[in-house]
Design a protein around this ligand. Sequence first.
Ligand code: FE2
Length: 181
Amino acid sequence: MNTKHHVERKVAQPFETVFIGSEKYPWIPWVNDCYLKVLKVNPTNGQFMLMLKTPPQFTLPSHHHYGTVTVFTIQGMWSYVGHNWVAKPGDVVYEPAGSFHKPFTPPENNVPVITFNMLDGCLVFIDDDGNQLGILDWVAAAQMYYDYCAKEGIEPLDIESYDTEPSNIKPPKDLSMKLYE
Ligand SMILES: [Fe+2]
């Protein structure tokens, strides 16, 4: 064995899987009759995850992304103004950092659109005259969740932590790895 490529893992207890039962998280009224379900925010890297639910016919304001977004469609059909594709249940849309677009539903969609979104960084919403409407980042998402819980008398869940109950299943003692050679 080439020992110079031998790496020993120093972590005694790895993080366990984080389970998020989405039914425990409220749908929070957002813009244009849409709702957000904030599931997790990560203050260390700015990543956050949420679900979006829209009316059967909707348009969101144009927005610019400073980070990437991955969108998985659970229900309904949607697209961006000026694009040729239509996202349907099971489809994935990847929005690169720097992208700019305006989501909407095609006329044939007749159910609420529900998507799961993994977001990095910040979205800046712009109106049709080019004026900034506001931003959405992990801080705004967390604040939206805490404000809604306070207004509705709900005890907020810990959406900022990735710590979970330790598992009964212990990792093997030797987690050492070596590079393929
Ligand atoms: Fe977007």
